[in-house]
Design a protein around this ligand. Sequence first.
Ligand code: IPE
Ligand code: IPE
Ligand code: MG
Length: 277
Amino acid sequence: MALKPLSITDNDQSEEDKKLQEKVKASGAIPTHIAIIMDGNGRWAQQKGNIRLFGHKAGVESVRDITESCAQLGVQHLTLYAFSTENWSRPSSEINGLMGLLVQSLRKEAERLRRNDIKLVTIGQTGRLPKRCQKELGEVIEITKDNKRMQLCLALSYSGRWDITEAVKQISRDVQKGSINPDDVNDQLISSYLSTAAIPDPDLIIRTSGEYRISNFLLWQLAYSELYITKTFWPDFRRDELYRAIFSFQKRERRYGKVKNGHNKTVPSSVINQIRS
Ligand code: IPE
Ligand code: IPE
Ligand code: MG
């Protein structure tokens, strides 16, 4: 289906967009949890002859549009990869610019999140963020803590290996204390020690900017997530393309290692013997 980009201002959702969302909802299940690797801000800006920070600023508009459209569609959890552990190795001017934008956006968006009944949480080593970011984050988390419609999780100073390493450390401590037995360590237990313990695994992972990699995102949690990769740079990724990603998700058959539905009938032993011989 060819979808036109929509221009949305504040909470004034166009009639056209409402109809489109009805179509998305009617065409299949809406993913419970969508996680996004928001990539391509720098290249978007450079293509326009601007500095990278210009792209990060434009990316904030996409965050707002995608957050609101996910909430409107009934997505329960939206996780946005905003800053990775490895991103600390970027030039300090870019890091400072990004941190400044985070503070500014949190201030600007807090009221909208509250109004839209969206709860903000974070995963990652937020203790490494500048104090002003930690303060602003803490305030918005507090203001939105009782919100129910959707949970927006910002992955900040996050990496999948960090998450798993921290879980392994804590499990080891608990084994040492005797509060868990090494034989009790299984899938569920490991999941419960990760920073995402309270969040279901992502159903759909979107990566913008055409890179076919995970870049240390939710390594454990994405075991059976569906992937959607688009060439679109993050500042151009708006709700029209989100709908396309969901349509694509709805067409997939999630098999979890089993056989295709309807292909699980018992095979007569005579046939098996024939194949073996
Ligand atoms: C994603 O855009 C934002 C962050 C990683 C903070 P990039 O800054 O990685 O932009 P590109 O990929 O270099 O174009
Ligand atoms: C992934 O993007 C991290 C975030 C989107 C926050 P990067 O731009 O850091 O990833 P690489 O370097 O292309 O793998
Ligand atoms: Mg990048």
